[in-house]
Design a protein around this ligand. Structure first.
Ligand code: ZN
Length: 70
């Protein structure tokens, strides 16, 4: 049987290889070595700081729970 199409966009936790800014808010500083949630976009990956990443996962889980129970 064919694999089901995923409802999720590709994402991954990585350690920041260098200091960078959070894609959600440039005011969120990410330091080298910090955990970064990377979300795949067409040409590459957008990085989010750990608190933003955790909130994005919380919201996504909530949204999936809603449709799962619909
Ligand atoms: Zn952030």
């Amino acid at each position: 049987m064919a694999k089901y199409k995923s409802l999720l966009v590709p994402h991954r936790w990585v350690a920041a290889g260098r200091a960078r800014k959070c894609y959600h808010s440039p005011g969120h500083q990410i330091n080298k070595g910090d955990r970064v949630l990377e979300v795949k976009v067409q040409m590459g990956w957008q990085g989010y700081c750990r608190p933003c990443g955790q909130e994005m996962i919380r919201v996504a889980t909530e949204e999936l729970s809603k449709v799962a129970n619909a």
